[in-house]
Design a protein around this ligand. Structure first.
Ligand code: WTA
Length: 655
């Protein structure tokens, strides 16, 4: 299709009914909504029955707001559901993962039987280190098969895992190890980035230096070469795991056994350990994975291009697909300008039929041009998914038109670390989609858009997205902080979950997500708190004050823009010097991780403040986005904004 044809499409009333063939055989039919509406609890029980339980539950839901327990009294093992069950059913030879590494020509094919052996060995190895049910294990690893194996081994032992994205710094890792009180850390010596090895373990050494209770660090050899070694604490994976027996007797755990925690940014400087448990989480991730992607485990090849270090990787690379016996692709790399058609090659080669990625990636691939897709046969694709941030209609249309050849449904899936699984999304065989809209809550999910007083907005109105009934994969709390859990999610509107997202309900009653309404930025689909970055900046000895805003960015959705006032005595000579700005960016990378590096740092002698001394972030956002300034009458010193604007136009932005 030509660019003009795409343009024309963008200006039509855009509605895309499901393709007939897909609709006819789809896992999710329209009746699913009626069934859930008739009896929501019975509906979820039916979905839970799809798992293997060692003991069935006695009560489906105990709801003592804001604390929920699902499938009370039930017992199951998450790893058995993900792996053993399929081997026992005769699918041992089925491929669980096609793994493609970012080193030179690396691939691995792992069947369900392979996975079972590897996981049993790893579970035996961790048990030898004393890991027992309830113990927390931190995982700081790149996208390699051992990461999935470690996650599943923890699940098998009932030991909650705490995966920390490898792009986080040693400081950030330390904070997460300490908060979770993890005693064992699993990591690698290094990782490959486009064939080049980069170290990983030094960050762990630095982090663990401040964690006296960590007794073991297990190290997978990934890149080779020398690594610093602490005898008595460090152990090579191959020494610990490879010689272990390849069977392991799994124990059945309570449905509410903690399965993992995942730290995520909130509105304060301290990340929150979001806690997920076993029965409800698995029920909903497996259900949504089957329905939203219309997964046909015998024929589909499914590729979720997220990182395992985030919730999308947990739910839709590991637990959802495995519980459904899917064949998945795991690609260690990310799109790179030097290898712009890599994705299309992979899709053709592996005959990927379901692709799940983030708008930021779609926009990057779009920027490189649809001509790059032309040499490849992408006709295997039949469902395309999007997650992580609002998808703009142009990116949605490009995705459907060029990647999906104009045939495939696009499912824009809204959810969060806290919700554990997809909550609002089209169903590919049922929903007539609109580019940019997440459409309707899934069957069994109750969502609404409310105004400041918590009143539902009428069709055509906008407000806050809320979830009005508990759902199986909901977070069970913030690790070690019930009060913060209550306060963050359940106090804005009593007994209703406040998601922190703005949303619009259109004239047809369909939902459009509009982005965060709090101080959380969404940069390339990564959640980063403005407060956390400000905190890092003011931690620098030369910074007096800092304000951070998320500015709209054509590729990354939002970009971090920081306004910084230097400390008095140094202010004069360092002020806007490049060296100072570079030092500050590196400082943020060290404190949080490279993902939190501001795109732009503006050094200014003063920040705009109200008469009561509050920094006017709204105004800074206007400046960062080069907008006309709104009302500045409450400003203490309006000339401050002019000065900042002047500097803004002088300074170029950095990558
Ligand atoms: C945003 C990622 C619009 C939203 C699964 C949410 C979205 C935050 C969408 C959660 C979507 C996620 N449309 N916005 N389809 N999906 N978001 O915890 O702001 O990393 O609150 O979970 O991402 O990010 P998190």
């Amino acid at each position: 299709m030509s660019e003009t044809a795409l343009d024309a499409l963008l200006h039509e009333t855009r509605r895309f009914p499901p393709p007939e063939t897909l609709a006819r055989d789809a896992n999710a039919q329209p009746a699913l909504y009626d069934e859930a509406a008739a009896d929501r609890i019975a509906f979820w029980e039916k979905q839970a029955d799809w798992l293997r339980w060692d003991r069935r539950w006695t009560t489906a839901l105990e709801w003592d707001p804001p604390f929920a327990k699902w499938f009370v009294g039930g017992r199951l093992n998450a790893c058995v559901n993900a792996v053993d069950r399929h081997v026992e059913a005769g699918f041992g030879d089925k491929v669980a993962y096609h793994w493609i590494g970012d080193g030179e020509n690396e691939t691995r094919t792992i069947t369900y039987a392979d996975l079972q052996r590897l996981v049993c060995q790893a579970a035996n190895g961790l048990a030898e280190l004393g890991v027992q049910a309830g113990d927390r294990v931190a995982i700081y690893m790149p996208m390699i098969p051992e990461t999935v194996v470690t996650i599943l081994a923890c699940a098998r032992l009932g030991a909650p895992h705490n995966v920390v994205f490898c792009g986080f710094s040693a400081d950030a890792l330390r904070g997460r190890i300490l908060d979770a009180d993890a005693r064992v850390v699993v990591t690698t010596d290094g990782q490959f980035r486009r064939g080049s090895p980069t170290p990983v373990k030094p960050a762990v050494d630095e982090a663990v230096d401040g964690c006296p209770d960590v007794r073991s660090v297990v190290v997978v050899r990934r890149t080779g070469g020398d690594v610093a070694w602490t005898d008595g604490r460090d152990v090579w994976w191959h020494d610990l795991v490879d010689g272990q027996p390849d069977s392991h007797d799994p124990e059945a755990f309570d449905a509410e056994q903690p399965l993992f925690m995942m730290y995520t940014s909130g509105t304060t400087a301290r990340p929150k350990g979001i806690l997920h448990t076993t029965g409800g989480y698995l029920t909903q991730v497996a259900f949504t994975h089957r329905m939203v992607f219309d997964l046909k485990p015998d024929t589909d090849v499914y590729w979720c291009a997220a990182d395992i270090g985030w919730i999308t990787g947990h739910s839709y690379i590991v637990y959802g697909p495995l519980c459904n016996g899917a064949t998945s692709v795991i690609y260690e790399g990310t799109p790179h300008p030097a290898d712009q058609d890599r994705w299309w090659k992979l899709i053709e080669h592996y005959k990927v039929s379901i692709l799940y990625t983030a708008p930021t990636t779609i926009r990057t691939l779009m920027k490189w041009g649809h001509e790059l897709l032309e040499p490849y046969d992408l006709t295997s694709l039949r469902v395309l998914g999007s997650v992580g941030e609002p998808i703009n209609p142009e990116a949605w249309m490009w995705y459907r038109t060029y990647v999906g050849g104009g045939r495939t449904p696009v499912v824009d899936t809204w959810w969060q670390t806290e919700t554990g699984a997809i909550m609002i999304s089209p169903l590919p065989g049922v929903t007539t989609t609109k580019p940019g809209a997440a459409m309707q809550p899934l069957p069994g999910i109750s969502a609404d858009v409310v105004d400041n007083d918590g009143e539902p907005v009428p069709a055509g109105g906008g407000g806050y997205l809320v979830l009005t009934e508990p759902w199986p994969s909901m977070l069970r709390g913030i690790w070690g902080d019930d009060e913060r859990y209550r306060e963050t999610y359940w106090s804005r509107f009593p007994d209703i979950y406040f998601a922190g997202d703005g949303a619009k309900r259109d004239e047809d009653g369909d939902l459009w997500l509009l982005g965060r309404v709090d101080d959380v930025m969404n940069v390339s689909g990564h959640r980063i708190s403005t407060t956390e970055v400000e905190h890092a900046l003011v931690g620098h000895p030369m910074v007096a004050e800092a304000a951070v805003v998320g500015a709209t960015d054509a590729t990354t959705g939002q970009a971090i823009v920081a306004f910084v006032t230097p400390r008095g005595s140094v202010a004069a000579d360092v002020s806007s010097g490049d060296e100072f700005v570079q030092a500050l960016r590196n400082h943020v990378a060290k404190e949080i991780g490279p993902i939190a590096k501001p795109r732009q740092i503006l050094v200014t002698p003063e920040l705009p403040k109200t008469r009561s001394g509050k920094i006017m972030r709204r105004l800074l956002k206007d400046i960062a986005e080069h907008r006309e300034l709104g009302d500045v009458t409450t400003l203490l010193d309006p000339s401050v904004t002019d000065a900042i604007r002047g500097r803004m136009s002088e300074s170029g932005s950095e990558d």
